[in-house]
Ligand binder design. Structure first.
Ligand SMILES: *Cc1c(COP(=O)(O)O)cnc(C)c1O
Length: 422
């Protein structure tokens, strides 16, 4: 038995499923999780002593690579000043300043502790600001484990919303409307019927939680237009895309300014952080300047703010276009290797992220994403992992490249792919 297996058995006795977030269990790919001892640059190391090229990168935050020296040094200095004050501190202004400067849709920003907290709070604020109850989201988009967002469509009926998990009462998702990603005519129909009651459209401007799915031309523009016509707030969930697609996020990349933006992952530099921001007029509706309540004991934590600030500061000098080009090259080469083996592959990629779907049809929404053959993915995942390439243990996730990855890691990845037997 491996050390990871021994640790997993111990964990399962005292932690539900042995993990603190479900997808880590690897059960979807018929494997057991590896316990990680440490990480450096583009590599993570398991407790068993395996060194692996990491394409999970903590599910996105580690765009600079693990244990980046500038972030690490700043964190060490911050620790010596005490780890939490529960009072305002300068690092909060430093990080907020960088975010406001970078994102066209953000005049003011409130820090929280996770992406889930960000979307939950943004939803409350959107409802409080507009005085409306309904929220529109897209199937296959993930906005954290907020009750109102854990909804899936009943047999294609876009307006009939059923809870996606036990524990969420029907009444709670009764105010959630669903549409398919990239389907503007469905959104239009919902607006014709409910437009005046919709507080907000929540959307991942580039969807990253059904695998990577790009917005088709006109989709985001159409949402902006419909929101404007109905006095609805357009909320971009940029928890993945913020500082990832470009330094100015998806909103900068596509040139569409949302009313509110949710952030997480990269802005915490590997520490637990989320944030939501938007136009001044909306953000000033939140307590203490407004009457919509939201608070947090550890919000704006000095360690987390420091890690985030130094991550963003370092990113300002990074060549996003180069990383995009390298990611495209890697992903295209992977696609070619698999295609040459007779495996059907669709590649979606933007910036430093990509997903290989094992299907012969283009993937543009949740329905087409689900056509990806998970048996083929399972084979691919396990044989890659055995060869020291660490991918997300689900076919509906993104692979994250980073500024720490280089030709050596990419070559190793391609070599491993060549050896996979389907
Ligand atoms: C990860 C993610 C979240 C949730 O963030 P947590 O920090 O895991 O709560 C929300 N929205 C999107 C788009 C995400 O990818």
């Amino acid at each position: 038995m491996s050390i990871s297996n021994i640790l997993f058995d111990q964990a399962k006795k005292i932690i539900p499923g042995g993990v603190n977030s479900p997808v880590r269990t690897c059960s979807g790919v018929g494997a057991d999780p590896l316990f990680i001892s440490h990480a450096q640059g583009p590599y993570i190391y398991s407790e068993d002593g395996h060194k692996m090229v990491d394409y999970v990168m903590s599910w996105g935050p580690m765009i600079l690579g693990h244990n980046h020296p500038a972030v690490n040094r700043a964190l060490h200095e911050a620790v010596d000043k005490g780890t939490s004050y529960g009072a305002p501190c300068k690092p909060e202004i430093d990080l907020a300043g960088l975010i406001v400067e970078a994102l066209p849709g953000v005049d003011m920003v409130r820090m929280v502790n996770s992406g889930t907290e960000a979307t939950m709070s943004a939803l409350r604020l959107a409802r409080g600001y507009t005085g409306r109850s309904l929220v529109l989201k897209f199937t296959g988009c993930y906005h954290g484990h907020v009750d109102a967002f854990l909804a899936s469509a009943g047999s294609g009926a876009a307006t009939l919303c059923i809870p996606g998990t036990p524990g969420v009462p029907e009444e709670v998702v009764a105010n959630t409307l669903l549409a398919d990603y990239n389907n503007l005519s469905q959104v239009k129909a919902l607006f014709e019927k409910h437009g005046r009651d919709i507080a907000a459209i929540f959307v991942e401007p580039v969807a990253g939680n059904m695998g990577l799915v790009l917005p088709e031309k006109g989709f985001l523009e159409g949402l902006r237009q419909l929101a404007d016509q109905s006095g609805t707030l357009l909320v971009f969930d940029e928890v993945i895309t913020g500082f990832r697609i470009s330094y100015s996020g998806a909103q900068g990349y596509y040139g569409i300014v949302p009313d509110m933006t949710c952030l997480g992952k990269i802005i915490g530099g590997g520490l637990p952080v989320g944030a939501y921001g938007g136009k001044k007029e909306i953000m000033e509706k939140i307590a203490p300047c407004g009457d919509v309540y939201q608070a947090g004991t550890l919000s704006g934590n000095p360690l987390a703010m420091t890690a985030g600030y130094h991550t963003l500061k370092t990113l300002q000098d990074m060549d996003y276009q180069l990383l995009t080009d390298k990611t495209e090259e890697l992903a295209n080469n992977l696609k070619k290797i698999l295609t040459d083996k007779g495996v059907p592959v669709q590649l979606n990629t933007i910036g430093s992220i990509f997903t290989l779907f094992f299907t012969s049809e283009p993937v543009r929404d949740f329905t087409s994403a689900k056509k990806s053959n998970q048996e083929l993915f399972k084979t691919f995942y396990n044989q890659m992992r055995d060869q020291g390439i660490y991918l997300a243990p689900s076919g509906f996730e993104c692979a994250f490249n980073s500024f720490a990855h280089g030709p050596e890691e990419w070559e190793k990845t391609l070599d491993a792919a060549r050896n996979v037997r389907f």
